[in-house]
Design a protein. Sequence first.
Length: 66
Amino acid sequence: MAEKKAGKLEITQIRSGLGRPGKHRRTLEALGFRKHQQTRVHDDNPAIRGMIEQVKHLVEVREVDG
């Protein structure tokens, strides 16, 4: 049986967290963003997908081969 490899997600912050609810700012911090326009690579898992869903209007997501 073929093994499915967990992919990676490249997440880029495209909008500022300023003026957003605290929950959104804390989610950006939890994803590892410190500055606007930063890019982070995370494993593709339900926890990360949930965080992305919270701030989908502030980030851009791309799937990359990991």
